[in-house]
Design a protein around this ligand. Sequence first.
Ligand code: ZN
Ligand code: ZN
Length: 253
Amino acid sequence: MNLIGMDLHIHSALSPCASLEMTPPEVFKRAREVGLQALVIADHNSAENQKAFIECAKEMNFLYLPGMEVQSKEDVHILCIFNTLEQVLSLQELVYSQLPELENNKELFGQQAIVDSRGEIIGELERMLLTATNISVDDIVGAVKQLGGLALPAHIDRPSFSLWFHLGFIPEYLGFIGVEMSPRLPRNQEQMRFIKEHNLGIVVSSDAHWLNQLLGPQTWACVEDFTVEELSLAIQGKEGRYLKYGKGLVEET
Ligand SMILES: [Zn+2]
Ligand SMILES: [Zn+2]
């Protein structure tokens, strides 16, 4: 087994709210500097930069899985993680079919840059990504599962776009094995109790939109390798796999 320092939620230059410096070589370079070994890029409602990140990760010998942060019709963010480019592109196809056909307002939201593995901007996505899809949380989770991916409710400790904020609990029927939390917010005791009682694993990730928001590892996974299957076992603490955290991050559990 290996103890892997990871960050499962980072945005690339494709996310309008993220900096154009978030290109594959720059992100991996910075990630290495801060001691990360494994990453997931999860852009809002799109996977246009995943090919570039997968290629660059290979070149730079970095553990990497493609992801997406899907905004449900209830305005809840779901972090979706996959093993392969094909899987994440299948989700993109579904998401694009249920994303309102609006044009991005560059001045208001920022540029949506498509990059290659060397970090060159090779295009720009015109359709607006920063909006809700017409897919329910239920259906996002179902689609991700069917594709062989892992879905987690994103930043449930934040007031905006979080499942917890919308409902005040995590419905069991959705079948989540864990939740994602932010590194710096004070822990809500009621939420921590709920997570413990329901045996949900916790992943702490940066949700970085800028290079300087890339923190060192907040969560380590003790796993055989960096795959959806191994991560899922670690989140559930099964078969000798487990998660470990930076000091004070989930102390209440
Ligand atoms: Zn989010
Ligand atoms: Zn995000």
